[in-house]
Write a protein that binds this ligand. Structure first.
Ligand SMILES: [Zn+2]
Length: 284
């Protein structure tokens, strides 16, 4: 969290609010937020620049600037960007302030402090290793199949690997695997082309619906919960079929949803709808 749908909503919400605005001043209150350079240098380089677009690649937010450099933000666990009037009180989780030319401040809040800022000449410096965008034309069922060929890790583990596919995290990997009826523990190399066709469609539909619903807002407190830059929460958590529904009935068959740990991540699935029986086992 946040994953592709939440980052996409953040980029979309910020577009009409930020594009064309000039940055008049920058304050970094948590020095380690800035990757690869001194926070003072980052502040100097961003000051005076105009933000010309807002975009997303994987889970990265991209803000191209008028000097052709790109400010990139990774929200990681609990990062949030909000636009507020300058006089709004600054709470202890605000780690960066960007003063804009319209009396507003873009504020970065992050309770867990895992998020990072980057300022680069070319986005590829940071993004070259990312796999395809799941909603792009380049991501086809055949592309998915070929990326899983010969890969022994569990399919869920590979779906979380940003080099295989960009943008999926724990929520949408679990939801997509349920929608496709695929056991998250199954070795990726055992997926057939037909399995990949179903999984490809499930990934696209899950993400598209989640984007439309404003992403998922989950988590302990208002502090760590995902909120859109315009202050509202996502609604897709109301449509989760398996994620954090441990013990509740599967919406398809009624069996209790199970929770296991896979590659150190909690994993939710239906043991009936997502049953995998390797050839020669359990069949006659
Ligand atoms: Zn089921």
């Amino acid at each position: 969290m946040p994953e592709l749908p939440e980052v996409e909503n953040t980029a979309r919400d910020l577009k009409p609010l930020l594009v064309g605005r000039h940055v008049q001043a920058v304050q970094i209150l948590w020095p380690r937020l800035v990757h690869g350079k001194a926070p003072e240098a980052f502040a100097v380089e961003l000051t005076g620049r105009q933000i010309v677009n807002t975009d997303r690649r994987g889970k990265f937010l991209l803000f191209p600037l008028d000097n052709r450099r790109i400010w990139i933000v990774h929200l990681r666990m609990t990062g949030q960007l909000h636009l507020v009037p300058t006089q709004t009180e600054i709470d202890r989780h605000v780690h960066a302030l960007l003063e804009l030319d319209n009396g507003q401040q873009l504020r970065y809040r992050d309770a867990r402090k895992f998020g990072r800022f980057y300022l680069v000449d070319e986005a590829e410096e940071l993004l070259a290793k990312l796999g395809p965008e799941p909603l792009s034309a380049a991501f086809t069922p055949l592309e998915l199949f070929s990326r899983l060929q010969g890969r022994r890790p569990a399919i869920k583990t590979l779906l979380l690997d940003q080099r295989v596919l960009a943008g999926l995290g724990n929520i949408y990997a679990d939801e997509a695997l349920f929608a496709a009826g695929i056991d998250p523990r199954r070795p990726a190399s055992t997926l057939t082309q037909a399995d990949c066709n179903r999984l490809h469609m499930a990934i696209r539909q899950t993400l598209a619906t989640a984007i439309r619903e404003g992403g998922s807002s989950l988590g302990g407190s208002a502090l760590t919960n995902y909120r859109r830059p315009i202050g509202v929460q996502g609604r897709f958590q109301q449509r989760h079929q398996v994620y954090r529904r441990t013990g509740q009935p599967c919406p398809r068959c009624g069996a209790p949803i199970e929770r296991i740990t896979l590659a150190q991540r909690s994993t939710h699935f239906c043991p009936t709808c997502q049953r995998y029986e390797p050839l020669g086992v359990g069949s006659s």
